[in-house]
Design a protein around this ligand. Sequence first.
Ligand code: GLV
Ligand code: MG
Length: 318
Amino acid sequence: MSHTLFPLRRQRLQRSELAVPGSDPTMIEKAADSAADYVFLDLEDAVAPPEKEKARRNVVAALQEIDWAAKGKTVSVRINGLDTHYMYRDVVDVMEQAGDRVHTLLVPKVGTAADLYMVEALLNQIEQAKGYTTKVATEALIETALGMANVEDIARSATLPGARLEAMHFGVADFAASMRARTVNIGGLNPSYPGDQWHAAIARMVTACRAFGLRAIDGPFGDFKDPEGYQDGARRAAALGCEGKWAIHPSQIALANDVFSPPAAEVERARAIVKALREAEAAGKGAASLDGKMIDAASERMAANVIAIDDAIRAAHG
Ligand code: GLV
Ligand code: MG
């Protein structure tokens, strides 16, 4: 291991993240009682411009009136992008009126580390002015060519003193638009591409996340009538190191929870690996064999990841 090491900044269960338009109070209420680990109340692309102000008021009310943490949820607000005139008031209104009730702000279309710096400077001021003892975290949505070109820099900014960044998300729809990729589907595979056309982008973002201690989350899959397509995409993301995926429809919550929860057999094997290595160690050996396969200290590190996520699920759901 290098002498330079950035441990995971914060473990939060984020297998399923339900996207809820801030303009729809009924959907917000339902989201609070859903099985999603995470909910983000959207002020950005799911809200039409004439609805922006009303959505902001709904979101503030939902944060004030619903105890999201008591319902076992992390609650996040997706603010508008820094290129809009909505963004500053999203931050000011949400933070001044409910800044001690929201856990994270999801910042869309992050293109440079300075975008987060600007949001975080505002957060510092508002939290100080209001005397909050809580500290809201940030999450960056990587969904533009510029954001992907700077993704390592953006992730590295989490290591600066006082930084709030905890996670990065891959926004496949805006990314496709920004790249001028030939598709109008949100997240589906392009049959004319041999493989997954998003593989390289997700892999790059996950690498940046893991290098600097951030959670990596996969974004939306638009066709909610295609549960198999959703789960295939989620499994590919999980194979690359993502620990959760958005649900743009309530039916996708269970699909995500299923894919991102290690099955009992996988957890059992992880525990068996740790046990076998402890026994090998006691016998003075670094490697061992389990069910005919060689295992060593790297196997234990992989097993520890599986056990950590299983522990987090148990802590949240018993
Ligand atoms: C999410 O915001 C996306 O653009 O995919
Ligand atoms: Mg987007």
